[in-house]
Ligand binder design. Structure first.
Ligand SMILES: NC(=O)c1ccc[n+]([C@@H]2O[C@H](COP(=O)([O-])OP(=O)(O)OC[C@H]3O[C@@H](n4cnc5c(N)ncnc54)[C@H](OP(=O)(O)O)[C@@H]3O)[C@@H](O)[C@H]2O)c1
Length: 221
């Protein structure tokens, strides 16, 4: 049986999944650290993801060190990784990750990057291979479904790519980890949503002291 297509993101209470974009090279370069735009980006990103960084599974997967918090949030993050047989992501998410992920990238499955850039597959130790797909979101999803087998396909991000999939009617289900932070500006997840086509049903809600996990199934109106 084919798996589901889903996304799972952290979102600020006012609907943003990333701060306003700054060049990724600046975020991850020593010189960039004194740039106020980079400092603002990092401060907002850290607040948005404050619930996830201390988690045991996240720390182990990103090679940040042993140990960490266990409990509901950790179980949810682990389950999200375990259900995922392949991921799809946009080029901007990939660009940041290429600089930030450890050599053993944290997916351990094929990843399909939707992009205009032509590039050969990039194989990492530990089972992650990035494939660069130049013929659109449906082609990327077809390849991801094939690679995932019976497991689910995760549309990993960022906001622009997720929205394309939602508006194309290709998402079955999604989870928002609603963080208690306000961004005011940034990458707004549902900016440009085709609300006349997309209807939601809440299928799950639970919370830890730090964050609220909301899961919805998606259907076409
Ligand atoms: N809050 C969370 O949980 C979460 C999760 C994931 C990511 N993020 C954040 O989201 C941010 C990135 O999101 P974003 O919305 O700015 O960008 P994005 O969705 O990651 O990437 C957009 C780019 O992907 C390529 N692309 C997308 N659709 C395409 C298509 N149909 N055909 C060809 N190329 C296509 C284009 O790049 P090219 O034209 O250059 O190829 C486009 O500029 C990052 O800051 C990341 O950290 C947050």
């Amino acid at each position: 049986m084919a798996g589901k297509v889903f996304f799972s993101v952290s979102m600020s209470l006012d609907g943003f999944v990333a701060p306003e974009a700054v060049p990724v090279e600046d975020v991850f370069s020593p010189e960039g650290q004194s740039d106020p735009r980079v400092q603002r980006w990092m401060a907002k990103w850290s607040e948005l993801q404050a619930w996830v960084f201390p988690l045991r599974f996240f720390r182990e997967n990103l090679k940040l060190g042993e140990g960490g918090e266990e409990g509901l949030d950790n179980d949810i993050v682990r389950a999200t990784y375990e259900r995922t047989g392949a991921s799809v992501m946009g080029k901007r998410m990939f660009d940041g990750g290429e600089l930030a992920w450890p050599e053993e990238a944290p997916f351990h499955t094929p990843v399909f990057v939707v992009t205009h850039e032509k590039r050969d597959p990039w194989e990492r130790p530990g089972g992650t291979t990035f494939h660069f797909v130049n013929d659109g979101i449906e082609a990327a999803l077809d390849q991801a479904r094939e690679a995932a087998g019976e497991r689910d396909v995760r549309i990993a991000g960022g906001g622009e790519t997720i929205l394309e999939y939602v508006n194309a009617g290709l998402i079955d289900e999604f989870t928002i980890a609603l963080s208690p932070v306000l961004f005011g500006t940034g990458v707004r997840l549902f900016e440009g949503i085709d609300a006349s086509r997309v209807a939601l049903e809440q299928i799950h809600a639970e919370h830890s002291p730090k964050v609220t996990h909301l899961t919805y199934s998606v259907r076409q109106r």
